[in-house]
Design a protein around this ligand. Structure first.
Ligand code: PRP
Length: 185
């Protein structure tokens, strides 16, 4: 079966995402002109979004990556997060933009904000393609750029996965319930 057959509904199609990414890049050009920002992509989900964003961004900037994993079952109570890969470069006195595919409970972003703020960046902002606001636990995140508000549904595509699949879909869609109820492959 192809990946597309597992999608119940397309929420944001390819053209809509492309246009929104272009708008976000324009906003960032305005806000970060002359500031040489560092875009920090969170592996792995943000890669698709980050690549399109950086190509649309017409001001000098750098790209770096971090990777984290949630301890145990996903975001059980504590929301403790483990650092798998740190930045390659120092960010002290730099303007940092954390790039995420989705902010859900916000626990991952909250951990990263604390970690990065301890390094004394000149500024720190979050740019997320999707904001699942209804599920937020962590308060006061510096969400400066939001692509779309997403409903509390199981969404995949454009970087978002279900068991590492569907990231390559060019759109964001809702996974059919039968697929994630099927259990282990
Ligand atoms: C996703 C996403 C965020 C996090 C958001 O990553 O990229 O990092 O979940 O969830 P939260 O707001 O509830 O903390 P995931 O752990 O699925 O890994 P991935 O980036 O490899 O898909």
């Amino acid at each position: 079966m192809g990946l597309h057959e597992d999608i119940a509904e397309v929420l944001f199609d390819e053209a809509t995402i492309r246009e929104r990414v272009r708008q976000l890049a324009h906003e960032m050009e305005r806000d970060y002109a002359g500031r040489d920002p560092v875009l920090v992509g969170m592996l792995r989900g943000s890669v698709y979004f980050l690549v399109d964003l950086t190509r649309a961004l017409g001001i000098p900037h750098e790209v770096d990556f971090m990777a984290v994993a949630a301890y145990g079952t996903r975001h059980a109570a504590t929301g403790a997060v483990r650092l798998l890969k740190d930045l390659d470069e120092e960010v002290t006195d730099r303007h940092v933009v954390l790039v995420e595919d989705v902010v859900d409970t916000g626990l991952t972003a909250s951990y990263l904000v604390r970690l990065l703020r301890a390094r004394r960046p000149a500024s720190l902002a979050i740019c997320t393609l999707l904001d699942k606001r209804a599920r937020r636990i962590a308060p006061n995140l510096p969400l400066a750029y939001v692509g779309f508000e997403a409903p509390d549904r199981f969404v995949v595509g454009y970087g978002l996965d279900y068991r590492q699949r569907y990231r390559n879909l060019p759109y964001i869609g809702v996974l059919r319930e039968e697929v994630f109820r099927e259990g282990p492959p």
